[in-house]
Write a protein that binds this ligand. Structure first.
Ligand code: HEM
Length: 362
């Protein structure tokens, strides 16, 4: 691969790749909120001071209130990349699914249990329960999402290592051990915190827009979570890059990937600088939230493309283009566009209704 990705690739391949990457980034935004949000709640359940009337602080309260919705959004936003990944890498994706067998299917019951647990967390009376119950509850809830993240990562790593398939099947393993899995998972876990901190900060900014500076809650904590997450994510990325085969590393640093690596790095810098400013400011400032959002988008898009370049090279992507061409002839685009417009209309209608409801309430 000697051109900047995806230049030089056939039209249908580029179309599916762009749609896959755009929809994956949306999935990652919501998924990060859920992963880091439940991790945060599990951690604070150990030492959280409860306010009178069993009320928790604004940060934890907002998370508990929003997590079920964010999980629905993560699941819904996962469907589109799931469809595109099957068109792009049919054989390797299905093979990894089949090889992981029950382990892969376990995602579904675990997801259902996790969903109910999030609703349990929302109930006020749960906060009155003793720590002996709430701490394990927090750990199990986070554990469910950690298991799901681990399964997606393991599936991905197995899918891009066709050389390991026969031995994996012959051994009847349901866990795929590879030195890339842990550092890769560490990138996802640590990277989830800056995203969660940012989305939650926007919520806190909105909820406290009329509150005096000295009463604003959560700013320091969100800044620290984001800055800590950014530093650990950078370290984990370095470890991960060191764990991949050298020929893949060469491609990432070649002309094909360097632009996106640079984009991701610049986004990291923009986020870091924005959070430092936010930490110094007296309250959540819209300007720093906006610059951090731009930085986050740069990092997510850059990282998603680098991730794809590595897979493309490992699976000899150019050989898959004929299949993409065939898939593009099957049709269905007009139907897709009709439902796309209808759904955008319905979502906009819901937003307008909720906004009107909020205005009438206040
Ligand atoms: C909250 C629960 C979930 C978590 C924590 C989660 C986590 C992840 C992680 C960590 C990855 C990246 C894997 C890697 O590159 O190493 C990923 C990718 C992905 N996830 Fe999710 N996920 C969740 C739910 C879902 C659901 C329900 C769907 C489908 C409806 C889904 C669809 C996808 C797809 C299509 C990819 C890309 C797979 C690939 O390109 O190989 N996710 N997810």
């Amino acid at each position: 691969m000697d051109t900047v990705f995806p230049f030089g690739l056939p039209g249908p391949t580029v179309l599916y790749l762009v749609l896959y990457l755009a929809t994956l980034v949306i999935h990652v935004l919501f998924m990060n909120y859920v992963l880091a949000g439940t991790g945060y709640l599990a951690a604070i359940s150990l030492f959280e001071k409860r306010l009178p009337e069993q009320e928790s602080g604004l940060v934890a309260r907002t998370l508990r209130e929003w997590l079920p919705f964010m999980l629905s959004a993560a699941i819904t936003a996962g469907i589109a990349p799931l469809l595109f990944v099957q068109i792009l890498y049919k054989k390797s994706f299905y093979t990894a699914n089949l090889l992981l067998f029950h382990r892969w299917m376990a995602i579904l019951p675990v997801l259902i249990v996790a969903f109910y647990l999030l609703y349990l967390w929302k109930a006020k009376r749960v906060l009155a329960w003793p720590r002996l119950v709430t701490v394990p509850l927090g750990i199990v809830t986070f554990g469910c999402f950690a298991f799901i993240a681990w399964s997606w990562t393991e599936n991905h790593v197995l899918s891009v290592n066709p050389g390991a398939w026969t031995a994996h099947y012959a051994a009847g393993n349901m866990i795929y051990r590879n030195r890339e899995v842990l550092p890769r998972l560490a990138v996802w876990f640590s990277g989830a915190f800056p995203t969660m901190a940012l989305l939650l900060s926007w919520q806190l900014w909105y909820l406290q827009r009329d509150v005096p500076d000295q009463e604003v809650q959560g700013r320091q904590r969100m800044s620290l979570l984001a800055l800590g997450g950014l530093c650990i994510a950078a370290l984990s990325t370095a470890l991960y890059v060191a764990s991949v085969p050298s020929e893949i590393r060469d491609v990432i640093f070649s002309r094909a990937g360097i632009v996106y690596l640079f984009l991701a790095g610049c986004g990291w810098g923009v986020q870091f600088a924005s959070w430092v400013q936010m930490k110094r400011a007296g309250r959540f400032e819209r300007i720093w939230l906006t610059t951090a959002s731009v930085g986050l988008l740069m990092t997510l898009c850059g990282t998603a493309v680098v991730r794809e370049i590595a897979r493309w090279v490992r699976l000899n992507g150019n050989e898959l283009s004929a299949w993409h061409e065939e898939a593009s002839q099957v049709g269905g685009l007009p139907l897709f566009l009709i439902f796309f417009v209808i759904n955008i209309g319905l979502i906009s209608y819901c937003i307008v209704r909720v906004r009107r409801g909020l205005v009438t309430e206040s």
